[in-house]
Ligand binder design. Sequence first.
Ligand SMILES: *Cc1c(COP(=O)(O)O)cnc(C)c1O
Length: 366
Amino acid sequence: MKVPFLDLRSVNLRQKKLLNEAFESFLDSGYYILGNNLSKFESEFAHFSGSKYCLGVGNGLDALVLSLRALNIGPGDEVIVPSNTYIATWLAVSQVGADVIPVEPRIGTYNLNPELIQDKITERTRAIIPVHLYGQVAEMDAICSLAAKSGVFVIEDNAQAQGATHLGKRTGSWGNVNATSFYPGKNLGCLGDGGAITTDDEQIKEKILMLRNYGSKIKYYNEIKGYNSRLDEIQAAFLSVKLSVLDMDNAERRNLALYYNRNLKNIGDLVLPELLCDSVFHIYVIRTKRRNELQEYLSSRGIGSLIHYPVPPHLQKAYSELNYKKGSFPVAEEIAETCLSLPLFPGMTAEQIEYVVDNISKFYSE
Ligand SMILES: *Cc1c(COP(=O)(O)O)cnc(C)c1O
């Protein structure tokens, strides 16, 4: 048997009929950029997220960059980011010329530890970017009240947790402005690149409308120096289809995660995700000291797995100018050295997940 880490083809083929219909109607419309498919999806996703406004942009990294620009964050400013995240969170801050101030996660949730934030807040701090890593919602109530008290903005990086709810409130509705990605592998993925920003703030919405379209509100009149970063009509049409099944897909992800948690309990030195009811399990991450060995063993039995992420941002060559060393952020480093993401995707069969569990048990009993 073969169990891929993620079978995106089969995930998308489950909606083949609806996606084909969406494509045909897009093609017939003759409209490619900033048209009705986009406005329709934007109002659907705003409603879904419990936000007033949604603006489609080119990708998740741009969604973060435009969010920072909309808040006038730039050179001389500091932005608090998790030490354990996909590098895009850091790159967005660097792209607007601000300084990243990394804060360590809790080892149990892999998310920003709010207790460590206060000490990092200075006169230059302008925003905190919590990431809902692996689909697990960050501690938004604590983070938002600390931010409000300190007079700094919150920008959610919601690339990995579309559809998650925390204290009855969806991700993407907590921050002053919130960024998400529709990269194909995300919980809400399109068939190419895409991203969006959600906010309740009308001024921020107006600024992002300009920023994503060359800094222009009226064609050929440019008020600010903007970008070209728009969500394509074709992707918006596909996303309306994908959004209609997102809650179902997420429920399936959670069931698979529950199965893993029940059946991998007390095996070897495995550390399983804390099954906080908030998670939509973008990925299912376990930890073990024998990570590389386990990954090889699974691979030799046709089971795909990945490491999210092998090198934390502070140890990447791209950030060598910050002079961080091994030991600078030990929690992020410990996660990078021991984490392994197991196969998990909507449509994964009972036989497939049993096969993964059986082989992990075998690995530890041999
Ligand atoms: C995927 C991702 C991004 C970037 O999204 P792209 O659409 O690939 O640019 C940003 N932050 C996190 C946490 C991500 O997982």
